[in-house]
Design a protein around this ligand. Structure first.
Ligand code: ATP
Ligand code: PAF
Ligand code: BAL
Length: 302
């Protein structure tokens, strides 16, 4: 059994139109391939919610701000299709670059605010590339639901904002980060780690979890961040690109833990850049020194 692959918008639309005539609900899972358990968890969640699931595979040149990163990106379409079939995904949409960006393509989708700082500051043009291609994938598939991983948390909020702002009638659904048994967040780029780097890589997540606990106990946010940054370097990482506390809802920078929040990090191990993030959960917030304000916020948020 294999999953059907389509390469053109015309073929994709014809298939989706058939599903629509049967009143079937459609989900899309956008990916750049090299599928791992993180991606497969999105597909499983999509299959629970919708009658038909389209996985897209497109290594989007517009979102790479380094030619070397684009050239090194793993391309494993045959293996990807083989992983999708047993799950029961209905379609793999794997267009060529010319199908997505035909000659004369001149449109750019740019989402302000949520793309400021974090990865947006260190990967110039990246989020315009993501927003542009995801807008196209949403419109081309006409899906009712789209599934994104929390591992790329800034991207998740960005595509949600983009769909709302452009009135694209799609519900963006977040799925939790899938981790290796040792805590390392799964990422297609993990294969680039040398064996020695792979030993160091999982030391990132515990620093984040520990920092969230300390913040919840009332330690000053600035101090916890500084110590966590040092701990990441002491664990063997080469550079911490950013380590920040941001609001969960709109990613505004936070100096205090006074509302639902995320701790987000990007750090380099040799030539590989890894990202991760941890939520400061309602449990954390209820235990923090800001408990009364936070309880009020949580009540408002529901
Ligand atoms: N560990 C993970 N857990 C949950 N979702 C994930 C995980 N890794 C990736 N995803 C999600 O899969 C979707 C496609 O991501 P992508 O193809 O870029 O994979 P990736 O492993 O994040 O690769 P990259 O090396 O580019 O970060 C995104 O919504 C992303 O958030
Ligand atoms: C959403 C996405 C497929 C857009 O190219 C990509 O940024 C990714 O794989 O996370
Ligand atoms: N995982 C987000 C896609 C990228 O890193 O380009």
């Amino acid at each position: 059994m294999s999953v059907p692959i389509v390469r053109t918008v015309a073929e994709l639309r014809a298939l989706v139109a058939g599903w629509r005539r049967e009143n079937l609900r459609v989900a899309v899972v956008p990916t750049m391939g090299a599928l791992h358990e993180g991606h497969l968890s999105l597909v499983r969640a999509a299959l629970k919610k919708a009658d038909r699931v389209i996985v897209t595979l497109f290594v989007n040149p517009k979102q790479f701000n380094s030619a070397a990163d684009l050239a090194a990106y793993p391309r494993t379409e045959e293996d990807d299709a083989a992983k999708l079939a047993p799950l029961g995904a209905h379609l793999l949409y794997a267009p060529q670059a010319a199908e997505i960006y035909p000659d004369g393509f001149s449109t750019n989708v740019s989402v302000n605010g949520v793309s400021d700082g974090l990865c947006g500051a260190f990967r110039p043009g990246h989020f315009d590339g993501v927003a542009t291609v995801v807008a196209k994938l949403f419109l081309q598939t006409g899906a009712d639901f789209a599934f994104f991983g929390e591992k790329d948390f800034q991207q998740l909020l960005l595509v949600r904002r983009m769909a709302r702002d452009l009135d694209i009638p799609i519900e963006v659904i977040a799925c939790p980060t899938v981790r290796e048994a040792d805590g390392l967040a799964l990422s297609s780029r993990n294969v680039r780690l040398s064996p020695a780097e792979r030993q160091i890589a999982p030391k990132l997540a515990p620093v984040l979890f520990d920092a969230t606990e300390r913040m919840a106990e009332g330690a000053p946010v600035g101090q916890v961040l500084a110590q966590a940054g040092e701990a990441i370097l002491a664990a063997g990482y080469d550079k911490v690109e950013y380590l920040e506390l941001r609001s969960e809802e709109d990613l505004l920078p936070l100096a205090e833990l006074d509302r639902p929040a995320r701790l987000l990090v990007a750090a380099w191990l040799g030539q590989t850049r890894l990202i991760d993030n941890v939520q400061l959960s309602p449990r954390h917030l209820a235990g923090s020194s800001h408990a009364p304000q936070v309880a009020a916020v949580l009540q408002r948020v529901g």
